[in-house]
Design a protein around this ligand. Sequence first.
Ligand code: GLU
Length: 427
Amino acid sequence: MSSLLADAHRRLQEALKYVSISEDAIERLKYPKISLTVSIPVRMDDGSLKVFQGYRVRYDDTRGPGKGGIRFHPNVTLDEVQSLAFWMTFKCALLNLPFGGAKGGITVNPKELSKAELERLSRGYIEAIADFIGPDKDIPAPDVYTNEIIMGWMMDQYNTIRRCICPAVITGKPLSMGGSKGRDTATAMGAFYVISHILPRFGKTPPQTTVAVQGFGNAGSEIAELLGKAGYKVVAVSDSRGGIYSPHGLDIPSIREYKRKHMSLKGVYCQESVCSIVEHEVITNEELLTLDVDVLIPAALEKQITEKNAPQVKARFIFEVANGPITADADTILEEKGVVVFPDILVNAGGVTVSYLEWVQNRLGYYWSLSEVQSRLKERILEETNRIWQIHQELGLSFRTCAYIHALSRLNEAMSARGTREYYISQ
Ligand code: GLU
């Protein structure tokens, strides 16, 4: 089995030691249900034709239609998409959403494409996977380097193919095309609810808590701002090109404004306007991960904390806003060091939870206010956080293992409802 998926499976193996699950469920969860690889021909602006590789994987749909984002990144592989679909399966079960797990991706550096090329690529991807998705089959959404405009193009393309107006086929759409209020900030909002609910239980109040955030995309920049506004001391942030650190705390809104204008944090230090507000040191991404802070938030890509740098991590708490930022080997090292890790399938589940609310609103044809959406998100994510906390109190295991145990029992229930070995052999 490929490496990232094998690594993801190790968490499942760990949880299986503590729950009694039917053999059928174990067998089903070993393999993705469907993995589709497509080639997408795109006419480039210079007249040439380029073919891109795309994927859509439905890992499991026992609890409902597949659900999960679409990633545009140069490192996308089938192995990565399968692992992300595996995590979505557990995330949706953990949050008790009526969905299975899926994921998609295209191997591309979207920063190298013009807007028109990006549109043709997005529409071409839907052309290739249209038979595979649908409001009752598999519902895509945004992920790394995809956004609401891309979701809008994709929905539009699906509608053209199916000759329908089917907003529930994709979530994370622009508001005017059936998107939900609060979806754009949902991942960070969910993480914020979890973090601000958990830290006081460890006796940490915002002004005494220093935070470093790796990744300054949709989720990373938003969580940095939310925590800063709530009084936490956000001392370091970074994007793919590097980061900045100030022990006195950073002014996140002005850094976001800089990034919005210049597309990069690199150079933030030499801009007069920002320099005057923020005094800081320039650091690398690697350095950010090992800073002496209370809370570390990886909000970029997977496999950032491995067995190589885990021994140097000094943070006391890690909240995984990215999917899979810590490898299974690194988990063991962090646990031995006493670092408390809150897992991705809980911490970043705000995104898919509001996607669910978007799907419900599309099917109802009735749209909720921002406060309605946020209170539903808060209620659901904190209910599951409390459940994981309870399992942790009962079993004394890591929060990751407790989250997997909880999700597994829901998956097991749905799989067992279709009949188990015991059922068939009993008289
Ligand atoms: N890409 C996000 C995730 O990894 C959101 C998925 C969704 O909204 O379906 O959870």
